[in-house]
Design a protein around this ligand. Structure first.
Ligand SMILES: *[C@@H]1O[C@H](CO)[C@@H](O)[C@H](O)[C@H]1NC(C)=O
Ligand SMILES: *[C@@H]1O[C@H](CO)[C@@H](O)[C@H](O)[C@H]1NC(C)=O
Ligand SMILES: *[C@@H]1O[C@H](CO)[C@@H](O)[C@H](O)[C@H]1NC(C)=O
Ligand SMILES: *[C@@H]1O[C@H](CO)[C@@H](O)[C@H](O)[C@H]1NC(C)=O
Ligand SMILES: *[C@@H]1O[C@H](CO)[C@@H](O)[C@H](O)[C@H]1NC(C)=O
Ligand SMILES: *[C@@H]1O[C@H](CO)[C@@H](O)[C@H](O)[C@H]1NC(C)=O
Ligand SMILES: *[C@@H]1O[C@H](CO)[C@@H](O)[C@H](O)[C@H]1NC(C)=O
Ligand SMILES: *[C@@H]1O[C@H](CO)[C@@H](O)[C@H](O)[C@H]1NC(C)=O
Ligand SMILES: *[C@@H]1O[C@H](CO)[C@@H](O)[C@H](O)[C@H]1NC(C)=O
Ligand SMILES: *[C@@H]1O[C@H](CO)[C@@H](O)[C@H](O)[C@H]1NC(C)=O
Ligand SMILES: *[C@@H]1O[C@H](CO)[C@@H](O)[C@H](O)[C@H]1NC(C)=O
Ligand SMILES: *[C@@H]1O[C@H](CO)[C@@H](O)[C@H](O)[C@H]1NC(C)=O
Length: 309
């Protein structure tokens, strides 16, 4: 770094061959982040126990941060995240200032848009380039738009006494193919959460207020101190008389696993195959069925989210 140089670099290395860095550029009035570079080493068996390909993978993301006045401190308390090339990067409580002059941190703060109440949420990066060892892979093409709109994610929670014991954020879409294909988006505005928390098992029961019931049951595997989704039960009732139109249950899942005390996140679409007539698509999933502390999702040293395989 240095106030006279035109570029500054902050780099951290951690664990077994992983690193993260951001570089900044400036002009005579402003500075801005340029690229975020993240390298993860799938040789690290503690983090990637089942990696098929072993070695470092590097992701470069162009940061879309707005220019900040020189000598101002950039502050962003809100959580911002983005996904690029199978990696989700999550930032919060960011405070930074490159090109500090005279060794004095700026007195003025520039807040990110997410921190200013009325403004639209920030969109961080724009383009991603991936290099694996020395080869460059161009970004994967975005998937074709789906016929139905993606469902809005709802925030659901359960309490034990006055303490939150289960947290879930998820957008839900049912794909029913009984007679003719039908996609139903669950509306979080009308959906009510109920259920039970426990030490080894927890069930989140969602009722969409429109005759659709979806239950998710999570189980603890004590021997490895992890939890996972075990069972999903979907019931559709007739609008007129409340009789059961469709009842589908699968209690043989072992998905969404993460260590106890942690949460599991998967922002991209996932499919739960309940039976041959029914699929549940999940979007923007973030779930913690056990050991919720202070009404917040936990993000441990190891953060669990979905991979593409
Ligand atoms: C910032 O990092 C990117 C990616 O590593 C690099 O291509 C670029 O030259 C760097 N910019 C400066 C000003 O050093
Ligand atoms: C910054 O540089 C540009 C071009 O070099 C110049 O037009 C502008 O007046 C400068 N601004 C300040 C505040 O010096
Ligand atoms: C990763 O592991 C493989 C085999 O275990 C080894 O050949 C390779 O050199 C390692 N690479 C790094 C960057 O540690
Ligand atoms: C962010 O910082 C504030 C103030 O230092 C702190 O109270 C809060 O817990 C931090 N948030 C997270 C998610 O660490
Ligand atoms: C840094 O020091 C120089 C010389 O004392 C002064 O002109 C300049 O205003 C200072 N800059 C800041 C940001 O305090
Ligand atoms: C990505 O790579 C392409 C081709 O190498 C290059 O033209 C483009 O500028 C790169 N974009 C970023 C954000 O690095
Ligand atoms: C869910 O919670 C998040 C974080 O608190 C918030 O940004 C989002 O707007 C909430 N969504 C709904 C549908 O209330
Ligand atoms: C609810 O929480 C308060 C403190 O936040 C505590 O004093 C009270 O005993 C709790 N009530 C129950 C029923 O757990
Ligand atoms: C819905 O399920 C049917 C039958 O499994 C499948 O063919 C179809 O592709 C699914 N539709 C979507 C949008 O996932
Ligand atoms: C209730 O479900 C029916 C059938 O799926 C649908 O046509 C209707 O729009 C839904 N009503 C509301 C308020 O979501
Ligand atoms: C699924 O949920 C429905 C409605 O709550 C219930 O009647 C049924 O017994 C449940 N099925 C299983 C296998 O748990
Ligand atoms: C992302 O996942 C897909 C599907 O598994 C894979 O083909 C691709 O190589 C992965 N990209 C990176 C950068 O690992």
């Amino acid at each position: 770094c240095g106030s006279d140089t035109q570029a500054a670099l902050l780099a951290v290395q951690f664990g077994d061959g992983h690193s993260w860095s951001v570089n900044f550029t400036k002009n005579n009035e402003t500075y801005q982040a340029e690229f975020i570079t993240f390298t993860y080493n799938t040789n690290d068996t503690a983090v990637f126990p089942d990696a098929r390909r072993q070695g470092p993978v590097t992701i470069v993301v162009k940061d879309a941060m707005h220019p900040i006045q020189l000598n101002n401190v950039f502050v962003c308390h809100h959580t911002t995240s983005f996904e690029a090339e199978n990696v989700t990067q999550i930032f919060w409580n960011v405070t930074m200032q490159p090109f500090v002059q005279n060794g004095t941190i700026g007195k003025k703060e520039s807040r990110c848009r997410a921190d200013t109440p009325t403004a639209a949420p920030t969109v961080l990066p724009t383009v991603a380039n991936v290099t694996t060892a020395s080869t460059t892979i161009s970004p994967a093409p975005t998937t074709a738009p789906k016929p139905a709109e993606n469902p809005v994610a709802g925030n659901y929670s359960l309490k034990a006494g006055n303490k939150t014991c289960l947290l879930a954020t998820v957008g839900l879409q049912l794909n029913i193919s009984q007679d003719k294909p039908l996609l139903i988006n669950i509306d979080p505005k009308t959906t009510h959460a109920d259920g039970t928390c426990g030490n080894t098992s927890a069930t989140l029961k969602l009722n969409d207020g429109n005759r659709t019931l979806i239950d998710f049951t999570f189980i603890v595997n004590a021997s490895v101190q992890k939890f996972y989704l075990r069972e999903v039960n979907v019931t559709l009732l007739n609008h007129q008389n409340g009789s059961v139109i469709l009842s589908a249950d699968n209690n043989n899942f072992s998905k969404w696993d993460a260590s106890l005390g942690n949460s599991y996140m998967c922002r991209k679409e996932q499919t739960l195959e309940i039976n041959e007539d029914l699929q549940v698509h999940t979007f923007n999933l973030w779930v913690q069925p056990f050991l919720v502390k202070e009404n917040k999702f936990s993000i441990g040293k190891l953060f669990y989210f979905c991979a593409n395989y």
